[in-house]
Design a binder for this molecule. Structure first.
Ligand SMILES: Nc1ncnc2c1ncn2[C@@H]1O[C@H](COP(=O)(O)OP(=O)(O)OP(=O)(O)O)[C@@H](O)[C@H]1O
Ligand SMILES: [Mg+2]
Length: 325
């Protein structure tokens, strides 16, 4: 069963009077109980993809210009804000990249975890707090009962991240969008949080879109991987195929330092050059200016071409596919 389908998503920002895509023709599906890792360098559009699904693209600078987002069979693109608020935190929830900016500093941790239950489940505060306690215990906050009445600043970074997870999972969403949920954590805490997410997924059948820079994390938790460059998915496939036979020069460059899954324990490799600005994108393949395999034909738009079971690559050089302009 498909929990989430994103079809032809285009999310744009207005720069100097013109609209430029930060997310361009992005499509993927997420089956129930499946984890898709979304990887790519900073500025590639990973967060904007997740925020688009949540209906949280910052307006008026940004907008969803095209595409469909289908959650549990229901199209949610363009729903009025009041309808989106009913879904957000209930059927789809997000763990944000910056825990401190998404927790309310003047609200107790207990009340924050209880809030989605009051809002979406219609629970009374007392009942919701009881439930919140259970959630904080589930994410292994020590002495959770005593800490319900504390504020976010009294929690360590790792504990705040757990609070975020507890909030996101409060209503047992069908889809969890986790935006770099472990980046700020030290390795031990990171492993604990990942274990926790795997646990929760196994128990609730949650589908997870997991955004990360860390390939060790990808190898550990993902079923499939989508590699994003400059707003586009350039490669998508089962995690084993992506590690064993990366097909796009960008994926190969990112994975350069860790050719094998059993050596995966590090961040994406640094590639010379940088992601172009939204208003200065090259024609055709956006990676071409940095690509060691660049040749004639790269200036044309590239199609995602199947290269194996569920494995698609957007590069005419490595796939041998002739791109249509
Ligand atoms: N509010 C905004 N106004 C204009 N451009 C924006 C805005 N937010 C993001 N962008 C641009 O959209 C593009 C995608 O940004 P996004 O935050 O999705 O990247 P990301 O892949 O999540 O990067 P990171 O790994 O650093 O979190 C970038 O070029 C960024 O500069
Ligand atoms: Mg981001």
């Amino acid at each position: 069963m498909t929990a989430l389908a994103v079809e032809g998503l285009r999310t744009e920002f207005r720069i100097g009077g013109a609209w430029h895509p930060a997310v361009k023709d992005v499509s993927f599906t997420l089956a129930r109980n499946e984890t898709l890792a979304l990887v790519g360098e900073s500025g590639c559009g990973k967060s904007m993809t997740a925020l688009s699904i949540m209906g949280l693209v910052p307006a008026p600078a940004g907008r969803i210009a095209a595409g469909r987002i289908v959650l549990e069979g229901r199209e949610i693109t363009g729903l009025p804000e009041a309808e989106l608020e009913k879904i957000r935190g209930d059927r789809v929830a997000m763990i944000f990249q910056e825990p401190m900016t998404s927790l309310n500093p003047v609200m107790t941790v207990g009340d924050q975890v209880a809030e989605p239950l009051i809002r979406h489940r219609g629970m009374a505060r007392k009942e919701a707090l009881k439930h919140a306690l259970g959630l904080l215990e589930e994410v292994k906050i020590p002495s959770a009962a005593a800490r319900l009445s504390e504020y976010p600043h009294q929690f360590s970074g790792g504990m705040r991240q757990r609070v975020m997870i507890a909030m996101a999972l409060a209503c047992e969403p069908a889809v969890l969008l986790a935006d770099e949920p472990t980046t700020a954590l030290d390795v031990t805490i990171q492993a604990q949080v990942l274990g926790l997410l795997a646990d929760l997924r196994a128990r609730h059948g949650t589908s997870v879109l997991f955004i990360t820079h860390n390939l060790g994390v990808v190898a550990q938790i993902a079923d499939r991987v989508a590699v994003m460059y400059a707003g586009e998915i350039v490669e998508e496939g089962p995690v084993h195929a992506i590690f064993a036979e990366p097909g796009h020069p960008y994926t190969r460059a990112l994975f350069a330092t860790i050719p094998r899954m059993d050596r995966a324990g590090q961040d994406l490799a640094a590639i010379p050059g940088r992601v172009p600005a939204l208003d200065a994108m090259p024609q055709g393949c956006r990676f071409a200016p940095r690509c060691p395999l660049r040749r004639e034909g790269c200036e044309r738009d590239q199609a995602l071409v199947p290269v194996g079971a569920g494995h698609r690559v957007r590069c005419h050089v490595t796939t041998g596919a002739l791109a249509d302009a």
